[in-house]
Design a protein around this ligand. Structure first.
Ligand SMILES: Cc1ncc(COP(=O)(O)O)c(C=O)c1O
Length: 349
């Protein structure tokens, strides 16, 4: 939570203006600030990360198959299926946990219209290789950058890449608007269309031009975002310290995610992979006994979802999903809790 007094001042401002939603001054201010912060143009806030992904497919008016990762939060796939497209998986790399470009090409068919990777745990994908494949096959690239608020790739913020990039601002993220998200759109004409589609398809007070949705965030959510943005440097530095400490203490005991060297390191999550599912379960139970909840992100592997067509087993994704835990690293984790986590994991060897 950001500083309470600051949020209260925004609440007063909202009461004075009487403006609660419909692209109000605080939403506009937040969008401008985020564009500056990320060094991007054409950013729109959207009501959630899931909606932003669906919004992206709807804007592109695509049909057919989307090659995507089986190892991500469920929305990366559900948004594809919800827009009546077919998710087709390309397995991940066993060390970076990101979609492996080597597997993308063999998943492409004459029906493929897009590639939808996720920068998992903020670890940048092999962006150049993915771009080359997309160009060769004339495909769109939609990145799920929900975990990558603090990441730059080759000197530019990661949201600069792909035809579109989306980022969730859900309350569990290091930057949040309670519920909310943003989409960054490369093409200027598509950005203009997006503003209309986000607003029910209306292009004027009495005119509807396109099939639209209600994709807006409201003034209270924007106020939360503005407060959070002021505190991002503090949050980043705190997480960096915890991340580096965990890395130092745990690198010889569990598998840590291999980072893309062309990108800055994200300090948002701390995933650890155990030697077996059994070992993971033992550690999770031992931590739970001490009231520490480590999450099995991301489980299940998305190629096991009941509503997707099963073409091929994503062996690596299923394997990693069965052995992974993300250990708590947020501001509420007290040193005595980190100590228990570290000792529990160190006991493994
Ligand atoms: C990778 C990823 N994509 C999409 C989402 C969905 O975002 P939201 O919760 O804002 O709908 C999340 C989770 O919040 C996520 O972790």
């Amino acid at each position: 939570m950001p500083h309470k007094e600051k949020f209260k001042a925004y609440v007063d401002e909202i009461y004075e203006s009487g403006w609660l939603t419909n692209n109000g001054p605080l939403v506009q201010k937040l969008e401008k600030k985020l564009e500056e912060y990320f060094g991007v143009k054409n950013l729109l806030c959207i009501s959630s990360g899931t909606n932003a992904l669906q919004f992206a497919y709807r804007l592109l008016e695509m049909e057919g198959e989307v090659v995507t990762t089986p190892f991500s939060f469920v929305s990366t796939t559900s948004a594809i299926a919800a827009e009546r497209l077919t998710p087709v998986y390309a397995d991940i790399d066993s060390e970076s946990y990101n979609i492996d470009p080597k597997n993308i090409e063999s998943a492409i068919t004459e029906k493929t219209c897009a590639i939808a990777p996720c920068h998992v745990f903020g670890n940048a994908c092999e962006i150049e290789e993915i771009d080359q494949i997309a160009e060769k096959h004339n495909l769109k690239v939609i990145y799920d950058a929900s975990h990558a608020f603090d990441v730059k790739y080759k000197g530019k913020h990661i949201l600069n890449y792909g035809d579109m990039s989306i980022i969730s601002f859900h309350a569990t993220k290091i930057f949040h608007t309670i519920e909310g998200a943003a989409i960054v759109i490369k093409d200027d004409a598509l950005y203009e269309k997006a503003k209309i589609v986000r607003d029910y398809g209306k292009d004027g007070p009495d005119s509807v031009a396109l099939l639209g949705i209600n994709g807006k965030i409201n003034e209270l959510e924007a106020a939360m975002g503005l407060c959070m943005l002021d505190e991002e440097d503090i949050i980043h530095n705190m997480r960096k310290k915890s991340h580096e400490f965990y890395t130092q203490q745990l690198k010889d005991y569990v598998q840590l995610q291999k980072k893309n060297e062309d990108a800055t390191q994200s300090y948002t999550y701390f995933p650890v992979v155990f030697r077996s599912e059994d070992e993971m379960k033992k550690v999770r139970a031992a931590l739970l006994e001490q009231e520490i909840a480590a999450r099995q992100y991301f489980y299940p592997s998305l190629d096991t979802l009941p509503y997707v067509e099963h073409r091929k087993v994503m062996r690596i994704s299923r394997d990693i999903a069965s052995r992974i835990l993300v250990i708590p690293m947020h501001s509420g984790v007290e040193p005595k809790v980190s100590k228990i986590i570290i000792e529990t994991l160190q006991k493994l060897r």
